[in-house]
Design a protein around this ligand. Structure first.
Ligand code: PEP
Ligand code: MG
Length: 652
């Protein structure tokens, strides 16, 4: 037993061999004279820094420094040391490897490499994708006064401040005049895309981590808080309420997509230099590059050198493709073409559905061709030299049409008021009723749509071939790949493949172009009968979002705002399976399909394009299964690069 409270030359303290907050070199800590251990943490008196202690107790301080070096040399890492001084004699009580912030983790790892204490592989293992993600997002200054009014699901990280608006058009109009807005919706739909692009952040009262708002926001790197059930959104009155508090359009809120917190009023935000570096606007070699930027650069470069998994991005605009490439993506693993027919272009699909005969339908589809072709040209140019996997239209047709409940109410009101109902209104209403499905996610989607309206898929294929030829002629190197979604049987795949191949041949008209045709593995049946699908697929891409939904019978649009939180609270589930792959269940299906595909052909190309492609735990699982690539939102690309490198070190 030693006592730090015996005399003036007694005391107690905590020391770190480097600064655990910033990663700066040099010892760092607190000392309190005439005190026992707990007093330092309890804050009974102000502590002195180790520098001040060195003036008061120079001999003891020198001895402490010497021992700190010994301990750090031994552990080859930042050490956190507790000590007591009793009548001028130093006693070390305990030491452990110290906890540190994300910034300190990167900086200390590279310092230790430079000091010859650890290898670059070890440095990589001392950091993580989650830490990198933390460094990438703007953050709120939480020392400022703040008024927390609600907490939702942290759906897309970051810190966003703006005046609230309740519809996309208003968001777009205000943003155009330079105002910062937060788009507040009960939940978003594809129609909200314009507003989501314009807004600083998105706040919804419904939906979870794979809801439309969450997926789209993450894809854009935009802050989102979803499923904030304590707020009640009134889109007509342009306000939301939380308990007794009413927040009206124009009032400012701050939303934290990393924690799910919603604050009333404006909180100060700090931008991230790491993101400037990753996006190419700050070079690691630049004079103003901070030490953490230099450290991240070195560690990411090392991860890139050693990793086996390729990292692609899920992107569907030329801008996103370009950004993804700057962030290090080695291609596009999923281009969701339905995103190209939303917003202003929605009426094309509406007209396809409403067409009275095949000729009329084909005429509309022909109008869609140049639009689709131009989209592909932009993406293929941005990704020149890298593969671009274009997924044919996937969602149920009703997603392009007005909502049935809203339309029914409007028709009933119009009838009651005797207002005119145009023949077009009637036709739309009839089509919406006809296409309404009780379980749209299990309905007319993906490959099924292609079989029912083949001209739609044929147009997309034509557009991709023509775009590739155009891009090639302009001196770029297009590498298009076609992907068929939601396949369950070999016959579906064969039927569609033959249709598409015929169209490709016709469009090529003798020109040369390689265009592999693959399928998504996103139904459990596809996974367990992969051998048969392998006959007609050049590659497989695991759509782990749908595979999770269909394996668990969890509706991805609903569970996160209904019973999943309860399951997580009760620990009936260790984590959200839409966020991190359920390796025992969904993972087993992936493994079965992998085994069958690789038994069919040793080098059968296998990728992942569900949200799990950007999740660290899942990336390790995919690496261990020897898959070829993961594809994730552009902003997760650096995280996936880092974690793929870590997975390689861990397995070897
Ligand atoms: C998936 O299901 O995993 C997938 C990538 O497709 P989507 O999310 O578009 O259904
Ligand atoms: Mg899917």
């Amino acid at each position: 037993m030693v006592f730090g409270n015996l005399s003036d030359d007694s005391g107690t303290g905590v020391a770190f061999t480097r600064n655990p907050a910033t990663g700066e070199t040099g010892s760092y800590g607190d000392y309190l004279d005439r005190a026992q251990g707990e007093d330092v943490v309890a804050g009974i008196r102000n502590t002195m820094s180790l520098a001040d202690m060195s003036k008061k107790e120079p001999v003891v301080h020198a001895e402490l420094e010497r021992l700190m070096k010994t301990l750090e040399d031994h552990y080859r890492d930042l050490c956190d040391i507790e000590f007591t001084v009793e009548r001028g004699k130093l006693w070390i009580l305990q030491t452990r490897v110290g906890k540190r912030t994300a910034e300190a983790a990167f900086r200390i790892a590279t310092q230790l490499v430079d000091e010859g204490k650890i290898s670059m592989d070890e440095a990589l293992m001392r950091t993580s994708g989650d830490q990198l993600a933390q460094l990438m997002f703007p953050q709120f200054d939480l020392t400022a006064n703040r008024n927390l009014i609600a907490t939702g699901i942290a759906a897309s990280p970051g810190a966003a401040v703006g005046e609230i608006v309740f519809n996309s058009k208003r968001a777009f109009d205000l943003a155009k005049t330079g105002r910062k807005v937060i788009l507040v919706r009960r939940e978003t739909s594809p129609d909200d895309l314009v507003g989501m692009v314009a807004a600083e952040g998105i706040l919804t009262s419904r939906g979870g981590k794979t809801s439309h708002a969450a997926v789209v926001a993450r894809g854009m790197g935009k802050t989102a808080v979803c499923g904030t059930e304590s707020i009640s959104v009134d889109e007509k009155l342009l306000q939301f309420s939380v308990g007794d508090l009413i927040v009206r359009e124009g009032e400012v809120v701050s939303i934290d997509g990393t924690t799910g917190c919603v604050y009333l009023g404006e909180l100060p935000v700090t931008q991230s230099p790491v993101t400037s570096y990753l996006e190419g606007s700050l070079l690691a070699t630049a004079k103003d590059a901070t030490p953490v930027v230099k450290a991240v650069d070195r560690i990411l470069q090392h991860a890139d050198e050693i990793r086996k998994l390729y990292v692609r991005a899920n992107a569907d605009t030329p801008e996103d493709a370009q950004r993804a490439k700057t962030l290090g993506a080695q291609g596009i693993g999923l281009c969701r073409t339905e995103h190209m027919f939303l917003g202003e272009r929605r009426n094309y699909v509406e007209r396809v559905v409403l067409a009275e005969n095949e000729a009329e339908q084909n005429a509309v589809i022909a109008e869609m061709l140049p639009l689709q072709q131009a989209d592909f040209v932009g993406i293929l140019k941005a990704m020149s030299g890298y593969p671009v996997t274009v997924r044919l239209l996937d969602p149920p047709l009703h997603e392009f049409l007005p909502d049935l409940a809203t339309l029914s109410a409007e028709m009933a009101t119009a009838e009651a008021l005797n207002s005119t109902i145009t023949p077009r209104d009637k036709a739309i209403f009839a089509a919406v009723k006809r296409l309404h499905e009780a379980n749209p996610m299990l309905g007319l989607r993906g490959v099924r749509l292609g079989i029912l309206i083949p001209e739609l898929f044929k147009m997309q294929v034509r557009a991709l071939v023509l775009a590739s030829l155009e891009v090639k002629k302009a001196g770029f190197e297009p590498k298009p790949e076609l992907m068929i979604p939601l396949v369950a049987t070999q016959r579906e795949l064969l039927y569609l493949r033959e249709t598409l191949e015929e169209e490709i041949k016709k469009t090529l008209n003798g020109a040369q172009l390689e265009m592999p045709i693959g399928t998504m593995i996103e139904t459990p049946r596809a996974a367990i009968t992969a051998t048969r699908l392998a006959d007609y697929a050049d590659f497989f891409s695991f759509g782990t979002n749908d595979l999770t939904q269909l394996t668990w019978a969890f509706s991805r649009d609903d569970v996160e705002s209904t019973f999943l939180p309860r399951y997580l609270d009760l620990e009936l589930l260790p984590f959200n399976p839409f966020e991190s792959l359920d390796q025992d269940g969904v993972g087993l299906l992936v493994k079965i399909a992998r085994d069958q595909a690789r038994a069919y052909r040793k080098d059968f190309k296998l990728g992942v394009c569900g949200e799990h492609g950007g999740d660290p735990r899942s990336i390790h699982f995919f690496h261990n299964l020897n898959l070829d690539y993961v594809s994730c939102s552009p902003f997760r690309v650096p995280v996936a690069r880092l974690e793929s490198g870590r997975a390689k070190v861990m397995k070897s």
